[in-house]
Design a protein around this ligand. Structure first.
Ligand code: DON
Length: 350
């Protein structure tokens, strides 16, 4: 049956307004489609058993590998979920995004660019060789805040007279992004503190090379604490959605970071969010994202959605296998790849 002309015109007018104001809104009525896409992604990957929990932090090996939760947060805080979305895992490296955001917010984007760098290392997240190579290249800022040397440095850049003051700034920032008070999973913090000798060495090396100005031991401890903060898939999707909507939490309405600083955060996520597999990820999804060895991945579709999946088993690069697949499915189904443009005019006749 053909739609009455008036309805078609009204819909087209609404679509034109949406494009004109750059909102990329989904047509009314497509809301339920988002839920069915999320449910389909869950159903499709629920039985995948590939990969293995991280075990270099003993507490992470004990997390249930069957845990699988998907959450998507859209405009005005609308939430779509499937699976285990209320179960908390440690945020791990996803925390690096929000500490970087805090440093950019307090000191400006140039502080991160000049002190740490915003380039991909192409190496593992805890590579010491990447620090040595950067040093060989003249000691310049050739790292980024999403690999451990840059992340521990970013934590050291959060200003405060005592460790408690610095910590309350870091956690306060995460709370603003998540829209609720988060807390440290003490078993993970203890387990990682007992086994983080490599990160302690990285902190010391960054101090020796002048990236960290003082107290590298404090920076490494606070970094370990930030990695141990407990989050569920819904929290992570809200954090991602805050970045998707100009730094304002779409659920609470609180501005977590200035709108003009958001593109800097997303650029580093696009460059280095999935470590040495960041290029591969961008090739397939086009979206800035960040993974953590706790099994979470967040992805940001600017102006549209924050997406998060939690599933602990990881691939060789340290990225959750089911989270990568489920997010890729959602990106394709909802046409979220920003590089996938359409021709602006009809093809010329040959
Ligand atoms: O520094 C570490 O080893 C962990 N706290 C975080 C590593 C991590 O999440 C890397 N993720 N893919």
């Amino acid at each position: 049956m053909r739609a009455p002309l008036r309805r078609v015109r009204t819909w087209r007018a609404a679509a034109i307004v949406a494009v004109a104001i750059g909102t990329a809104t989904l047509p009314i009525g497509a809301q339920t489609d988002v839920q069915s896409v999320v449910s389909a992604a869950f159903g499709k990957y629920r039985t995948v058993t590939e990969g293995k929990n991280a075990d270099y932090i003993p507490a992470l090996a004990k997390v249930d590998p069957n845990l699988f939760g998907i959450a998507v947060v859209g405009r005005e805080g609308k939430v779509y979920t499937a699976g285990d979305v209320n179960y908390e895992v440690s945020i791990q490296s996803i925390s690096k995004v929000f500490t970087m955001a805090r440093v950019i917010q307090d000191q400006g984007p140039q502080a991160v660019e000049k002190t740490i760098g915003v380039d991909a290392t192409g190496m593992r997240f805890n590579s010491i060789v990447s620090v040595e190579l950067a040093y060989k290249l003249g000691g310049g800022p050739e790292l980024n805040p999403l690999v451990n040397p840059g992340a521990i440095t970013a934590t050291s850049m959060v200003e405060g007279a005592t460790a408690d003051v610095v910590w309350s700034k870091i956690l306060g920032t995460y709370n603003d992004f998540a829209g609720r008070p988060l807390s440290v999973l003490q078993d993970v913090y203890k387990s990682e503190s007992d086994t983080n000798q490599r990160n302690q060495a990285i902190g010391m090396l960054m101090h020796a090379y002048g990236y960290i100005k003082q107290n590298p031991a404090q920076a490494t401890d606070l970094y370990t604490r930030q990695c141990s903060v407990g989050v569920n898939a819904r929290d992570l999707a809200t954090m991602a959605a805050t970045l998707a909507f100009g730094g304002r939490n779409p659920v609470t309405g609180k501005q977590a970071i200035s709108t003009e600083n958001v593109p800097y955060v997303l650029a580093v996520m696009a460059t280095a969010g999935l470590y040495d597999d960041s290029g591969k990820w961008l090739y397939h999804t086009g979206l800035p994202a960040k993974s953590g060895v706790g099994g979470g991945i967040i992805a940001v579709a600017p102006g549209k959605f924050g997406i998060a999946v939690v599933s602990p088993p990881l691939d060789e690069a340290g990225n959750s296998i089911r989270a990568q697949r489920a997010i890729e499915h959602i990106v394709n189904a909802l046409a979220l790849n920003p590089y996938a443009s359409k021709p602006s005019r009809a093809a010329a006749s040959q």
